[in-house]
Design a protein around this ligand. Structure first.
Ligand code: NAP
Length: 271
């Protein structure tokens, strides 16, 4: 009998996680299968307890369940400080993890971009920004969080200051902040399908030593990344963050290093 894994969320039909994980299981010849399940927040507790009772190997959680899960499951310290869980492991009871920040870290490392000691400007203060800000601050970056709703940036920076250096501000003077940054990370929905013309910055705001990492992966080359190329900056696309957060979850569940290239190919199918 195959061990079942899954992703819970709502909406969930668009998820690329089943393709990605099933491709990895097939490649490694593992007797496992991964499915998407539509679960609303009010049913999350029953769904998780049901999955555990039925012997699932583990589950991923996505919008709108990541924060809700913390009320239900014990989490590791990083997930607790981020305030969200995206991976649940059933080996010793139930433990929650958050692998989004690690996914972002591995994406930049793969491109030869150094995080430790860098000035990182994160634009946005939602769920993804929280995960990346905590991970990069822990890794020794100096973090500036800039958000349309300034209070949210200041609150997040206060939280992140418990693990490293962070400050928060609004979107005014973004160009000045970009000027003094080594890495710019877009964690807003700007530029995402269907409003693909949106961008948080243009080429005139950037400099050639800058790395611009857009975690939006639909489309793969966003307007922001086109602008980064015009400025001679390094442009990093967002799909590998999805692959690496999945790879970290795969390792937590199975103890096995998954085939990254196979997972990447499965994610890119359909773009
Ligand atoms: P979220 O929690 O809803 O946060 C959205 C953020 O975008 C907020 O900071 C919001 O600012 C900002 N924003 C929205 N519209 C804006 C606008 N017109 N101008 C400036 N800022 C704006 O979303 P999330 O879960 O963090 O996800 C953010 C993006 O990252 C999405 O596109 C998602 O698909 C992508 N993502 C990618 C990966 C990956 O693996 N590559 C993983 C997670 C997320 P306010 O606070 O002012 O509303």
């Amino acid at each position: 009998m195959r061990t079942v894994f899954g992703v819970f969320g709502n909406p969930i039909a668009h998820s690329r996680s089943p393709n990605m994980h099933n491709a990895a299981f097939r490649e490694l010849g593992m007797e496992c299968t991964y499915h998407a399940f539509r679960v609303s927040p009010e049913n999350l507790k029953n769904a998780i307890l049901g999955a555990k009772a039925m012997g699932f190997g583990g589950v991923n959680l996505t919008v709108p369940l990541k924060q809700e899960a913390l009320k239900i499951i014990d989490a590791d310290p990083l997930a607790k400080s981020i305030g969200a869980i995206n991976t649940v492991d059933f080996k010793d009871g139930m433990t929650g993890y958050n692998t989004d920040g690690l996914g972002a870290k591995r994406t930049l490392e793969e491109k030869g971009v150094k995080i430790k000691g860098s000035n990182v400007l994160i634009v946005g203060a939602g769920g993804a920004a929280r995960a990346i800000a905590f991970q990069f601050a822990k890794d020794g970056a100096n973090i500036t969080i800039s958000n349309r709703t300034e209070n949210k940036a200041i609150d997040l920076a206060t939280d992140v200051s418990t693990v490293g250096f962070a400050r928060g501000c609004g979107l005014d003077h973004l160009k000045d902040f970009i000027n003094s940054s080594d890495i710019l990370v877009n964690c807003t929905t700007q530029g995402m399908h269907p409003k693909t013309e949106g961008t948080i910055a243009t080429a005139e705001d950037m400099h050639p030593e800058l790395t611009v990492f857009d975690i939006v992966y639909n489309p793969l080359e966003t307007t922001l990344l086109k602008e980064a190329k015009k400025a001679g900056a390094k442009a990093v696309t967002g799909e590998m963050m999805l692959v690496y957060q999945g790879a970290e979850a795969f390792k937590i569940w199975t103890g096995v290093e998954p085939p990254i290239e196979v997972m990447k190919k499965a994610v890119l199918e359909g773009f």
